[in-house]
Design a protein around this ligand. Structure first.
Ligand code: ATP
Length: 297
């Protein structure tokens, strides 16, 4: 569905996209994760033909990016692109007109899209009277109204409370079930973990690692991770190292990689003589992979 080859973009002397390659298969949810300034929005703007790359190729549905490919794409930008004094319906009508939908299709699509984002009962409400979560869903509806094949969601849940986030996650799952291809950018690693078939880790305009969560997990030689709370961190590290546990700090959390899973009592026995407040076991998560991959770079 989307193929990006050797993409480069600089602003003056600063290279912000460096030899970027990625592809997204039809029906896939692909998560592009990276810190502020990694190059996510620049990449999206190039895909949407809003910005010209210095070099490289992008095809969408086998067509090179051009004004013609804009109709295949639906984008929900980071900042809501909505007219606050207009109703939900009027906003969708405005964007449907831009995409040239005829009257009949437009009416049908507005109704179906509002239903899809669970806002049918607020069709006549001005945007400014909607909650933040509802406005975010309407922003996604704008991206869907012309039935695009590829939907780009740029940080769709940033700044939302957990319930509004759950609603958007559910909406993304429904879109996937309908076979829509999705490119999702996010800072929220748990969001990428839950929703994405494949994830690309972007730093300084380069993909450092890419794959399904299972594939990315193979980058860390740990079968399991334990988080240990203790006032005797140095002693715990010395002791655990003797037993082959690899110490790491994620934030201020003392963590160890275990090369194979052990029974809890076996784990506890490795810290004999040390006052341990708690031990929590976790599978290797995207957070750990992200930290390792971006720090190594
Ligand atoms: P965020 O998560 O904060 O949105 P991002 O990953 O989307 O970040 P971009 O907005 O693509 O990152 O920015 C990538 C780099 O390009 C940054 O260093 C940014 O400062 C720079 N940049 C973006 N737009 C311009 C511009 N118009 N002129 C100069 N530099 C720019």
């Amino acid at each position: 569905m989307l193929k990006i080859q050797n993409l480069n973009k600089s602003y003056k002397l600063r290279k912000v996209i460096q030899n970027l390659n990625l592809h997204i298969d039809s029906g896939e949810v692909y998560g592009l994760i990276g810190a502020n300034g990694a190059g996510k929005t620049t990449t999206i703007n190039i895909i949407c033909n809003l910005l010209k790359a210095d070099s490289g190729n992008i095809t969408i549905n086998n067509q090179p990016v051009s004004d013609a490919t804009k109709s295949i794409i639906g984008i929900a930008p980071q900042e809501n692109l909505l007219y606050k004094t207009l109703s939900c319906e009027e906003n969708l009508k405005f964007f449907a007109d831009i995409y040239g939908l005829n009257r009949e299709t437009r009416q049908k699509q507005i109704k179906e899209t509002l239903a899809a984002v669970n806002l049918l009962d607020r069709a006549k409400s001005p945007v400014e009277t909607l909650s933040g979560g509802m406005q975010r869903r309407l922003n996604i509806a704008v991206a869907l109204v012309h039935q695009p094949k590829l939907v780009i969601l740029d940080e769709p849940t940033t700044g939302l409370d957990i319930e509004a986030r759950y609603e958007i996650w559910e909406l993304i799952r429904q879109l996937k079930n309908q076979g829509i291809t999705i490119l999702l950018t996010t800072h929220l690693l748990d969001e990428a973990e839950r929703l994405c078939d494949r994830i690309g880790i972007l730093k300084n305009g380069r993909i450092l690692a890419e794959g399904s969560l299972a594939q990315l997990r193979t980058l860390i030689p740990a079968a399991e991770i334990i988080v240990v709370k203790t006032a005797q961190e140095e002693q715990a590290i010395a002791c655990a190292k003797k037993h082959g546990f690899t110490p790491r700090f994620y934030g201020n959390e003392l963590t160890f990689w275990l090369s194979k899973s052990l029974e809890l009592k076996e784990i506890i026995s490795r810290f004999d003589g040390i006052k341990i407040d708690s031990i929590a076991r976790h599978p290797v998560g995207l957070e750990h992979i992200y930290v390792e991959v971006t720090q190594q770079d």
